[in-house]
Design a protein around this ligand. Structure first.
Ligand SMILES: *Cc1c(COP(=O)(O)O)cnc(C)c1O
Length: 375
């Protein structure tokens, strides 16, 4: 108990990260594609709120082929923590910022000729070619050269002496919602690869599949897949057959409890009033921890395996829960995401109640909430 207290600090709100479940998900996903296909795992945004370094260290130990981050800073953090796996930086890199790529051995995604030219120049100065992955837009409308302009773009880059085109990739925009758009994106990307092969441009790594691609579109696997969400045990959509185990649980403890009369207003704006004399618990978590305010009067919490509801508005540092005539001691554990007894609250359920996606729920859990790892 002493050790846990040390890790959690003096405010009993924490996220438990179950690395056994991470391993389970990694292995489940691996079953979906043939062994010669490589796996890059997305660990951007602090590994979707699960903690960049511990998560990445575990993935490295499991034999992940590549890690993908959003920014150079996230990549540097991996290197400074002795993670040696190849790292792709998915986000756009400004030309002023290319030097750390060389220093920390990070692979840039390249969606423009000007970035390629700047990289080529710096690599030439260093006397050693730089690896890049070219980014093609087949229908996302974000980073990437439009598919119709891709052949001429790639031919130009291919002529640069100090650019080593190690990979080419695209990103699916509607894999969880639209089969037609998705199949079209895959077809456009395929056609491009075939065209390049005809021109004797054979790029080593070809990738397109996010989690939903890995699970639902075999044709999007090419020779490397690039999941994020599913690795953390969350589903890109409902009703999928694959059995994943959620890695993150969010927990807190009762810090205060009192009886209030019938008709008593709870929290800012009195949006909740007791319907009888009740016990109101105060829990030390709020929107300052990334527990969304939109969950006011909506979200369930678990105490002793039973569901109760957030009562009144979510505050910055607190929520309240009306437990009627039930009695709980100070220090009683409360589950906000995760299971307790036979009950379970998933990130997806909170996402549904908060009119968002599970990605945003887990990414939103703030740095004030310590991550506690279990193997
Ligand atoms: C985040 C991201 C992914 C992973 O998507 P999931 O839906 O989390 O599997 C893949 N590719 C790119 C470019 C991304 O930004």
């Amino acid at each position: 108990m002493k050790e846990a207290t040390n890790k959690i600090g003096f405010r009993p709100t924490w996220a438990e990260i179950n690395l056994t479940n991470l391993t389970h998900n990694f292995k489940q996903l691996k079953k979906l594609f043939s062994p010669e296909i490589k796996m890059m795992v997305c660990v951007k945004a602090d590994a979707y709120g699960h903690g960049l370094i511990t998560t990445s260290t575990k993935l490295a130990a499991l034999g992940v082929d590549y890690l993908a981050v959003a920014s150079i800073d996230e990549g540097i953090s991996l290197r400074q923590n002795y993670i040696k796996v190849p790292v792709l930086v998915l986000g756009m890199i400004l030309e002023d910022h290319i030097r750390p790529l060389f220093k920390y051995n990070l692979i840039p995604a390249v969606p423009s000729e000007s970035l390629a030219l700047a990289l080529n120049k710096e690599a030439c100065r260093k006397g050693k070619p730089v690896k890049v992955h070219l980014k093609i837009d087949t229908g996302m409308g974000r980073l990437g050269v439009l598919a119709k302009n891709a052949p001429s773009f790639i031919k130009k880059i291919n002529k640069l002496k100090f650019i080593d085109i190690e990979g080419i990739f695209t990103h699916l925009a509607c894999a969880d919602s639209n089969m037609y758009v998705t199949s079209d994106q895959i077809r456009i990307f395929n056609r491009l690869i075939t065209e390049l092969n005809k021109e004797k441009i054979n790029i080593k790594l070809i990738h397109a599949a996010n989690s939903m691609g890995v699970i639902g579109y075999k044709k999007s696997h090419f020779n490397m897949v690039r999941p994020g969400l599913a690795i953390y045990g969350l589903y890109p959509k409902q009703g999928l057959k694959i059995k994943l185990k959620p890695v993150l649980s969010l927990k807190t403890r009762v810090v205060y409890s009192k009886r209030v009369p019938c008709g008593y207003g709870i929290s800012y704006g009195h949006t909740y009033k007791t319907s009888k004399a009740s016990t109101i618990l105060t829990l030390p978590i709020g929107y300052g921890d990334g527990y969304p305010r939109i969950l006011s009067n909506k979200a369930p919490v678990l105490i002793r395996g039973r569901r109760y509801k957030v009562s009144g508005r979510v505050c910055m540092d607190h929520i309240m829960v009306d437990v009627g005539n039930h009695k709980f001691p100070i220090g009683e554990e409360v589950v906000l995401i995760g299971s307790q007894g036979k009950e379970k609250i998933s990130a997806a359920e909170l996402a549904y109640l908060g009119n968002t996606i599970s990605y945003e729920i887990v990414c939103g859990i703030g740095s004030r909430v310590p991550r506690i790892y279990s193997n």
